[in-house]
Unconditional design. Structure first.
Length: 173
């Protein structure tokens, strides 16, 4: 990418202008093309991180996750993100693959892997805390509260409901 066609450079995305016979197009490039997340379950609750998302101009509750620094060991990347965002350490070999997402045409090209981890009853939730500046707070939210929210259409937990339902379907929870 040359300096003259670079329109914007951010921490996670860059935008360059591309001339064509049909006009000028904005091409977005992600710093990482692979994201990872972890649905950590302890007893009857899941760990969620509250983070501001500029496209919707709101804070969203999400599973801890982020960009993979390397594609060599995605479970290890997911475990690293869980520790970085919520101060929860897990053995990456115990993560179960829950879902793989693929990029949509004409969108930022990013593929993602979501993992599942059922923590032992002896796990101490007290150590869970936001570790990165972009995380507003972390919370253990009862799964029944998320399902009730979905049924009431309040959509407070809209970004996590599909994975909760998938985990229930797969009988992980």
């Amino acid at each position: 990418m040359t300096e003259e066609n670079l329109a914007w450079q951010g921490k996670f995305l860059s935008i360059r202008l591309e001339d064509s016979q049909y006009g000028v197009y904005e091409i977005m490039t992600a710093a990482s093309t692979y994201g990872v997340s972890v649905m950590a379950v302890h007893k009857d609750s899941v760990l969620l991180a509250k983070q501001y998302r500029p496209p919707v101009k709101a804070f969203l509750w999400e599973f801890p996750g982020g960009a993979a620094d390397s594609l060599d060991n995605l479970p290890a990347e997911a475990a690293r993100e869980l520790h970085e965002e919520a101060n929860v350490e897990v053995d990456s070999s115990e993560l179960k693959l829950l879902l793989v997402t693929h990029p949509m045409p004409s969108a930022v090209e990013c593929t993602g892997a979501a993992y599942f981890m059922k923590l032992p009853d002896s796990f101490d939730r007290g150590s869970s805390a936001p570790q990165e500046s972009e995380i507003e707070e972390v919370a253990w939210v009862p799964i029944q509260d998320i399902l009730a929210d979905f049924k009431s259409r309040s959509m407070k937990y809209a970004s996590v409901i599909e994975r909760i339902l998938l985990a229930k379907f797969l009988e992980y929870i």
